[in-house]
Write a protein that binds this ligand. Structure first.
Ligand SMILES: O=C(O)CCC(=O)C(=O)O
Ligand SMILES: [Fe+2]
Length: 369
């Protein structure tokens, strides 16, 4: 195999930073389960079944207020440890939000369509497989590449991230990194971009995922973890072979100038087969281009090669489905999406056809003897 060693499961960081000026203290463990921790922004979408249970006084309030109300009720039913984690993460975010002064307000307040290229907006608004395929390539099964972000948005976001990191250094704020495999990068949801990214997921990634990723919960995405990863000198160099803690991952290069940093893909696998061999058609290398997006299943094994010069920053949106995760707990057969389960199933079918044929031929032989 052309990758090294075993596949890692890339998750939100398990440990919070300790002590930000009398804050959370130690031990805010980040859960990778939906609804908790860094990625725990479960968004209740409306009109939903849950909405029918709202008290009459809540029916006319804005959607955000309804969501907040429902979240608070649902939080009461979380296990104790998880409730504490959610609460501490909320406090962590609030400390950032009250102290950090954003540089480009428009990033926070504009509708995401202001940042997207027109061809992408048009294809998604038509919502058909044909319109989506007209702007995408699929160089290996399940990996979709398309032009997505306007250069101006990439520049604004890069400059906002720089500003945030400058503030972090100046006030010596200990931030949580995006997940267990990065030492650099920042969680965009933690400094105010959660709502904008949620709209991006809901209005643009959900319609695509419904078409291409329905077998892994693409029709019921309901939360996200949005962050940037950074590579180059004095940053992360490469990223090991892994699967994401997501159902669907959006990965868009923001820039700047760099060489190297190719993504490599090696097929989709369930937990049991995560280290199984890859098939030739599953092998893909992809060179990042600023503004261009890669969309794939979280369980699609991948990694990033060394960024050999310059500075590469990518926007990642891990999209999750709480319904899919719950259902997966009770399933054993993942042949609708795991390449190795599919291969095993085909082998079993071939075997059973061969056995039936043999039995038939034997019977035929006996009756003509
Ligand atoms: O560096 C990249 O482009 C890959 C990032 C990635 O796979 C991740 O953050 O999960
Ligand atoms: Fe990844």
């Amino acid at each position: 195999m052309s990758y090294d060693g075993a596949v890692e499961k890339r998750e939100d960081p398990p440990q919070p930073p300790a002590g930000n000026g009398g804050g959370t203290g130690n031990g805010m463990v980040m859960a990778s389960a939906p609804g908790a921790g860094t990625g725990g922004t479960v968004v209740v979408r409306g009109p939903t079944l849950l909405e029918r249970h709202l008290p009459p006084s809540m029916l006319e309030v804005p959607r955000d207020a309804k969501i907040q109300f429902m979240k608070e009720i649902l939080a009461r039913y979380l296990p104790e440890g998880e409730r504490t984690r959610v609460q501490k993460h909320r406090e962590y975010r609030n400390r950032i939000l009250t102290a950090y002064q954003p540089l480009h307000e428009e990033l926070y307040n504009s509708h995401p369509s202001a940042f997207l290229v027109p061809s992408f907006i048009k294809a998604v608004s038509e919502k058909t497989e044909e319109s989506l395929r007209s702007i995408m390539s699929e160089p290996s099964p399940g990996v979709y590449i398309f032009s997505m972000l306007q250069p101006r948005f990439c520049e604004l976001l890069l400059s906002e991230v720089e500003n945030f990191e400058r503030w972090v250094r100046e006030v010596k704020f200990k931030i949580m990194r995006p997940n267990t495999m990065n030492k650099y990068g920042a969680v965009l949801d933690d400094f105010g971009l959660e709502k904008m990214l949620d709209k991006l997921m809901e209005e643009f990634i959900c319609p695509i995922s419904r078409v291409f990723f329905s077998e892994v919960g693409g029709s019921s995405l309901d939360s996200h973890h949005g962050f940037v990863v950074e590579y180059g000198k004095d940053k992360d160099i490469d990223l090991g072979f892994h699967v994401d803690d997501s159902e669907v991952t959006l990965n868009v290069c923001l820039g700047k100038q760099f060489s190297g940093g190719d993504l490599y893909f090696r097929g989709v696998r369930c937990d049991k087969h995560v280290n199984a061999e890859s098939q030739p058609e599953e092998v893909l290398d992809y060179a990042h281009i600023p503004g261009q997006a890669v969309l794939h299943k979280g369980r699609h094994r991948h990694g990033a090669r060394a960024t050999t010069s310059g500075h590469r920053i990518n926007l990642l949106l891990w999209c999750r489905s709480s319904v899919f995760r719950e259902m997966r707990k009770y399933q054993k057969d993942f042949s609708s999406w795991c390449g190795e389960c599919q291969r095993e199933k085909k082998d079993r079918q071939r075997q059973s056809v061969a056995t039936t044929k043999l039995a038939f031929l034997r019977r035929e032989g006996e009756s003509t003897a």
